[in-house]
Design a protein around this ligand. Sequence first.
Ligand SMILES: NC(=O)c1ccc[n+]([C@@H]2O[C@H](COP(=O)([O-])OP(=O)(O)OC[C@H]3O[C@@H](n4cnc5c(N)ncnc54)[C@H](O)[C@@H]3O)[C@@H](O)[C@H]2O)c1
Length: 358
Amino acid sequence: MNYIDATDYKLEVGNIEKSSFSELLTSYENCKKVIIVDENTHQFCLSYLITTFSELSKAEVVMIPEGEENKQMEIVFSVWEALTEYDVSRSDLVINLGGGMVTDMGGFIASCFKRGLAFINIPTSLLGMVDASIGGKTGINLGHFKNQIGVFSNPQAVFIDIKFLSTLPEEEFMSGYAEMLKHGLISNKDLFETIVKQMEQPTKLDENLLLDIITVKNEIVKKDPLETGHRKLLNFGHTIGHVIEGHYMETINLSHGHSIALGMLMEAFISMNHSLLNEEMYNTIEKSIMLYFAFPKFSDEDIKSMISMLSNDKKNKHGKISCCLLSDIGECTYDNVVTEIIFTETFLHFKSLQVNLN
Ligand SMILES: NC(=O)c1ccc[n+]([C@@H]2O[C@H](COP(=O)([O-])OP(=O)(O)OC[C@H]3O[C@@H](n4cnc5c(N)ncnc54)[C@H](O)[C@@H]3O)[C@@H](O)[C@H]2O)c1
């Protein structure tokens, strides 16, 4: 078992049966436990958890519909109503069993209900393990705008066990690898290269690599838990990635990681055009991303709509759009103001490269 020093919660990586999960459940012995799952984690992950941990035999289960388009307020209301029906009080416990959608939304649900219930994250997707379940960001989308409503709120604990990945579809692995690439691109060239190599065998994940990636995220968050500065680095690829994800949410429905991969490539392109990143490094990034992640066919209308969505980005200040830019693989800066004209030119450049995903 690997115990990682997180800000003020337990972060354990390894076999959950050997972790302190059972002990933690025992400390909630006389409390209600509610497990939040989506349709897939209900099918693939729930029975293992309940049959392995007898402390959960009486747990209530709340199932939400799967998919990013359901990370919305209506679903939050329905879960709050269920918690009310189950008479859940502030001393009770929520367990989020799922990918980033479940941990983001379940964390938000728990953090606001009766001014805050304790919650535990058990991520079941690769993206959840390397990113979403760690660091205390919880929230939901507002229409097409990603994560517009939310709070910083740490779980009691996060238990990361790769056995849950055995049922994860390969394309969801790739979504997780996109966020892993981001961790490499912003922090360490060798790590980036190791991830690129690992992507050749996506489902045969090396646990040591997983641990390294989790450590990168955890260390960044520890330095700046509320994202006043350094933590903004984790938003590399997200200024553009979030508008791509939001724009296509109800049509071709690109995964979070896929959208972020495209966002990273486009933000790397802007970095090169700002003479920050040299062409050779840009080409390396382009090659590794284009091999696995295709672009949708942007129409002029799509571009117009996405550019207008950029003005609502959470990172904007005084009406200016800012994003992270790379000066090398492993070196990134944040709070770079980029004009709408540059973003538009970038979308137009990638429009000419596209493979039709629609
Ligand atoms: N809070 C943060 O710091 C943070 C960071 C990055 C991403 N996110 C958020 O995370 C979300 C993306 O996470 P995600 O990719 O895990 O999305 P997700 O939770 O929607 O999971 C992706 C798909 O995999 C399925 N799935 C999950 N685990 C499975 C398993 N073990 N077996 C079979 N199917 C399984 C899900 O049901 C879903 O269909 C986005 O909402 C994004 O905004 C949050």
